[in-house]
Design a protein around this ligand. Structure first.
Ligand code: FAD
Ligand code: FO1
Length: 458
């Protein structure tokens, strides 16, 4: 059996450079919660194989995470049951421990005399904090692998990109080198001598301190197997017309892959490979891949190179000047967080979009732009708008707490990855969107009927 090393540019080595320990290789799974098509797992298996050591996979369940509710944790935990099944087939031990990730990992490294820790990459502040805390507690190497992006985030560009138009050529130029899919993982040869506890799934649920008032979603089934089925459904039934239907919220034209991409149940390169191999027309393939690869990887670039990705401080200079000038413009409507959360605004289109998010956990992509921009229009200042938009997005969206969300909201409120528009009250040079503009794109009344907020949380 031979296992090749992964592309060297896909790994960043933090902390200690070498290890003298002879314990297992730990793959600390976090963002990419899947066994197949996972470069971080491939890398851990390569280290285990070449160093003749066992590898184990460890997921640390944080009792709370960026305001995530039971809606997200239910989806995530059910997806992790698939991980447990897939690892059992490979005789790779899987542990889910509850606690603060850096402390819990450091404790396991010591207990198991682990020789290396591998983890998957996330550009979010919380994961970077976890990693820097961990390397201060352990004296073995921490390898961070970008298992999420087709082109490793730090390699696609060494700086914050202005927009899709600047990162697109950089990504396209590197696709050939990085578009490959990880090899199928091997059955573990150097088996683990320690006893492996059975995962107490019920107990895990009880250990969480999260808001359980938000209903679980029923329209999408978690886990990597269901992600593959959703991809096939999209390719067979929707991809052909994606270019025409994707921006019409009254039609079911999007792929619905975002919850799976967010929790790492499916790898973007796998999606890209199957879309390219399909018989769909080239226009829809290009439109979809622009979103899946360029837009999605631009969001990671934004969060990785912008410390204030969730704050108006992260806006481009022209937008900051514009907000300075227009922050005191009078608002015809001002709503509080509670009024927004209950969809109690004067705008039936906004209320319908909000209700779609509350009820299904997934607002249509076009409506997310309209929804966020109206929050800017109806709150006293842009930092309040940012706070409310992020809070509601991450409280109700199943794909929330994701770089795409922070970049999407910063695009809407602060012109990130966009350009200055002609000036108008409140928005200044930030692109404006209106219900009449939406009416030109799709039948607004149909959408409002489809999602009228008869009863929230139903
Ligand atoms: P499809 O149209 O099928 O696209 C396929 C994939 O391409 C998506 O899953 C996503 O990974 C990527 N993609 C599509 N549109 C975008 C985009 N505009 N920016 C970046 N990547 C994109 N996306 C999230 O994953 N989580 C969020 O919390 C989130 N919040 C958003 C908030 C606002 C205000 C805005 C404007 C956009 C937000 N987006 C977010 C981006 C986008 O709306 C969603 O990714 C998309 O609607 C998900 O549905 P889909 O997978 O069916 O999309
Ligand atoms: N990552 C973890 O390592 N442990 C968790 O307990 C955890 C919970 C969680 C809940 C909701 C959610 O949307 C994401 C969550 N994540 C968790 C992180 C996630 O897998 C990604 O790493 C981040 O969202 C970065 O993209």
């Amino acid at each position: 059996m031979s296992i090749a090393p992964i592309h060297p540019q896909r790994v960043r080595q933090l902390g200690q450079k070498t290890t003298k320990k002879n314990g297992p290789i730990i793959y600390w799974m976090s963002r990419d919660q899947r066994v197949h098509d996972n470069w971080a797992l491939t890398h851990a298996q390569y280290l285990a194989y070449t160093q003749r050591k066992p590898m184990v996979v460890l997921f640390v369940l944080s009792p709370s995470f960026l305001g995530a509710s039971s809606r997200s944790y239910d989806f995530m935990l059910q997806g992790l049951r698939q991980v447990e099944k897939d690892l059992a087939h490979l005789q790779i031990p899987f542990f889910i421990l509850v606690g603060n990730p850096p402390q819990t990992i450091a404790k396991s490294v010591k207990e198991w005399n682990a020789s290396v820790v591998v983890t998957d990459f996330s550009p979010l502040r919380i994961k970077r904090q976890w990693e820097s805390e961990l390397i201060s507690k352990i004296n073995v190497p921490l390898h961070v692998v970008d298992a999420h992006n087709v082109v490793p985030c730090w390699y696609a560009s060494d700086k914050r990109e202005y927009g899709a138009y600047t990162i697109r050529p950089k990504i396209h130029r590197l696709l050939k080198e990085f578009e490959g899919i990880p090899p199928t993982p091997h059955k573990q040869l150097n088996t683990w001598q320690m006893s492996v506890l059975k995962i107490d799934w019920e107990g895990l649920n009880k250990s969480l301190s999260i808001d359980s008032s938000i209903s679980a979603v029923t329209w999408v089934a978690p886990g990597s197997v269901n992600a593959g089925k959703k991809l096939s459904h999209f390719i067979n039934l929707k991809l052909e017309t994606y270019a025409q239907t994707r921006n019409d919220p009254t039609m079911d034209g999007q792929s619905d892959l975002s919850p799976y991409l967010h929790f790492g149940h499916i790898y973007a390169s796998r999606v890209m490979q199957e879309v390219v191999a399909s018989s769909a027309n080239i226009e829809s393939k290009k439109a979809f891949l622009e979103e899946l690869v360029v837009r999605r990887e631009l969001s990671d670039n934004f969060c990785w190179y912008t410390p204030h990705y969730d704050d108006p401080l992260g806006f481009p200079a022209w937008a900051k000047v514009s907000h300075e000038k227009h922050s005191h413009d009078s608002r015809s409507y001002v709503y509080t967080l509670e009024q927004c959360e209950q969809a109690q605004t004067h705008d039936p289109l906004w209320n319908a979009a909000h209700n779609q998010m509350v009820r299904t956990g997934k607002m249509h992509g076009y409506m997310r732009m309209y929804w966020a921009k109206k929050i800017l229009e109806w709150t006293p200042a842009v930092d309040e708008a940012m706070r409310i938009a992020i809070y509601l997005n991450d409280r109700f969206e199943l794909d929330g707490r994701d770089p795409n969300g922070y970049a999407g909201i910063a695009w809407c409120l602060g012109g990130v990855h966009d350009r200055p528009w002609f000036t108008r009250p409140i928005f200044g040079k930030i692109r404006f969107m209106s219900a009449s503009g939406a009416q030109k794109k799709f039948d607004v009344d149909v959408y409002i009927k489809q999602h009228s907020p008869s009863r929230l949380f139903s």
